[in-house]
Design a protein around this ligand. Structure first.
Ligand SMILES: *Cc1c(COP(=O)(O)O)cnc(C)c1O
Length: 343
């Protein structure tokens, strides 16, 4: 079954099969298998339900016009998955099981990958503790699985700028906490501020650091960049920020395209002054789901400030076109970021 692309939305449709493997403390990883997509049966005392010992990843497969199927930097996701696992005391998943398991699953499900421009197959690996016990300690039985979801073009009505609200009360993460791990708990704790932003007419939340509420962290599903003309700036990996693979790719790509790219602390007062004075010319977020999201308006306390002319800036557009071009095969990949599935 191949869906058209435009009606797919994000993460609502899943393919026929899934990858599954079980780990036990006494015996390690069992044999991984590809099985029909199916519900799980987990004991109500399963640890994941009570203490949230779970992590996930997100990456994409693209079906090219010549029929090849490309994964974008899956080795980076494998490594980050194991860094998250380490933080949550979950067992590491062998990199080969992660990457080869995904490649094999995607190959079997290749007919599910939509081909319309901007569409792809979203890949969602999960690792969680399923031991049935209420004691607080790492689970001795864990499940690793991967499901696939064909996703439509993120920008159905063109590449449109979004608005973000700077959150100055709630925090997403603190250095030393779990902000640099891809774990559901970070998302559960972000929902309250997300609702507040929506009520005030903004699309997403821009999180500040958890200690002083002064420095830009990230958006919570995206890392944040600001352009000062031909220089792009993003916050350093402080321990509270998720090390985005799109973030890393944009830093490399920007330098390759002749821009300057800096990682430095971004103080919110200075940032707002720089936006108002026109020194900040563009703002955008980076993440696998939308790749690059232009930001046209920033809300802080009572103020709403347009960034640049409120539209899509030229650096944002160029980075988006080049990165999505590499992913879809329209632009050559000078970095070796693609891994082809199958032959
Ligand atoms: C996944 C995620 C990102 C984006 O990472 P990519 O690897 O670029 O998709 C940014 N912030 C948070 C909190 C995330 O969970």
């Amino acid at each position: 079954m191949v869906a058209a692309g435009s009606e797919l939305g994000f993460g609502k449709v899943f393919t026929d099969r899934m990858l599954f493997a079980e780990w036990r403390e006494e015996s390690g990883w069992g044999v991984a298998r590809i099985q029909p997509y199916q519900p799980f049966s987990i004991d109500p005392a399963g640890m994941v339900f009570h203490y949230g010992q779970a992590i996930f990843e997100g990456l994409k497969a693209y079906r090219w016009q010549d029929g090849r199927v490309a994964l974008f930097r899956p080795d980076m996701n494998a490594r980050r998955f194991n860094q998250s696992a380490d933080r949550l005391c979950l067992p590491p998943v062998p990199e080969e099981l992660f990457v080869e398991g995904i490649a094999r699953l995607v190959e079997l499900e290749r007919e599910w990958i939509p081909t319309a421009p901007g569409t792809s197959l979203y890949i969602r690996p999960v690792l969680m503790g399923v031991e049935a016990a209420l004691g607080i300690r790492p689970a001795d039985r864990c499940w690793f699985y991967v499901v696939l979801s064909p996703v439509g073009a993120y920008y159905r009505n063109g590449f449109a700028p979004t608005s973000i609200r700077v959150e100055d009360r709630y925090v997403r993460a603190v250095a030393g906490g779990t902000g640099e791990a891809k774990t559901g708990a970070n998302y559960a704790s972000s929902l309250r501020a997300g609702l507040k932003a929506k009520e005030q007419g903004f699309d997403q939340v821009l999180w500040l650091d958890g200690k002083e509420h002064r420095y830009v962290d990230e958006v919570g599903s995206m890392n944040m960049f600001f352009a000062y003309g031909d220089t792009i700036v993003t916050a350093p990996l402080s321990g509270a920020i998720l090390a985005g693979i799109t973030r890393d790719s944009v830093l490399s790509l920007a330098r390759e395209l002749g821009y300057r790219a800096e990682e430095r602390p971004i103080e919110v007062g200075e940032l707002l002054a720089d936006i108002e004075a026109g020194r900040v010319t563009e703002a955008f977020g980076t993440g696998t789901a939308a790749v690059i999201t232009p930001v046209g308006r920033l809300g802080y306390r009572e103020r709403t400030i347009p960034v640049g002319d409120g539209g899509v800036g030229r650096v944002t557009q160029r980075l988006y076109d080049t990165l999505t071009g590499i992913q879809s095969g329209a632009v050559a990949d000078p970095f070796g970021w693609l891994r082809f599935v199958g032959k």
